[in-house]
Write a protein that binds this ligand. Structure first.
Ligand SMILES: [Zn+2]
Length: 224
């Protein structure tokens, strides 16, 4: 975020908190960076996600010293390379200006007062791969909503939302992948293996009983 210019993207479906994430990232700019007297203004493009032409034109202002914050309706963080490649922007050029991509989903949060343990075989199967690898040693206390809820959640079984996300921080490794054209599954596997993907983050929430496996599946596509 200390970079004087560049592109910051929040991606996901509408109503998943993209504009809130972008506003929070801008608010977190170090004061000396945010208030530099000769700095070009930030361009903030919020919901709805911009048209392809508007997005490309905003990116064109980055060499002039602009920080551009924008939302895009994409499923995963690494998809930005394919998205802009299809619009005529080569991955290596995008990687030069791109600073950060956050992909996120809002997931219904279980009511902490009435949630009940999930002892289904389906749950054990969904967690098997993760608990054998990156989630090893974590006690899974997954829960499901209590049918009919309670007074605290007005009978819904849910209380607010939790956020699952994945971050693509553009560093020399990402730039090298982009330069070699490794922008699809190859990039995803290189950057988000070992518990760093959107699904994995959601699985952590489910392991802690914050959201149910069902609510996670409703918000994030299950891999494989
Ligand atoms: Zn409740």
């Amino acid at each position: 975020m200390r970079a004087p210019a560049g592109l910051v993207l929040a991606v996901g479906p509408r109503r998943s908190g993209l504009s809130t994430t972008l506003a929070a990232l801008r608010a977190a700019l170090p004061p000396d960076v945010a208030l530099a007297p000769d700095a070009a203004p930030d361009l903030l493009i919020l919901d709805p996600p911009p048209s392809p032409a508007a997005a490309l034109s905003a990116i064109a202002s980055i060499p002039a010293g602009c920080r551009v914050f924008s939302s895009l309706a994409l499923e995963r963080a690494a998809h930005v390379f394919g998205h802009f490649h299809a619009l005529g922007l080569p991955p290596a050029l995008l990687a030069r200006d791109l600073l950060l991509v956050v992909a996120q989903r809002r997931i219904a949060r279980l009511c902490p007062t009435c949630r009940q343990p999930d002892r289904s075989a389906d749950l054990r199967q969904a967690f098997a791969l993760a608990t054998n690898t990156w989630l090893h040693g974590v006690t899974v206390t997954a829960c499901v909503p209590f049918p009919g809820g309670c007074d605290a959640c007005a009978g819904s079984g849910f209380a607010g939302h939790a956020l699952a996300y994945e971050c693509l921080v553009v560093d020399s490794g990402v730039r090298a992948l982009a330069e070699h054209g490794s922008i699809g599954l190859e990039m995803e596997q290189a950057l988000f293996a070992g518990g760093r993907s959107l699904w994995d983050y959601g699985l952590r929430l489910a392991a802690g009983g914050v959201c149910s496996l069902g609510a996670l599946r409703a918000a994030v596509r299950e891999p494989g």
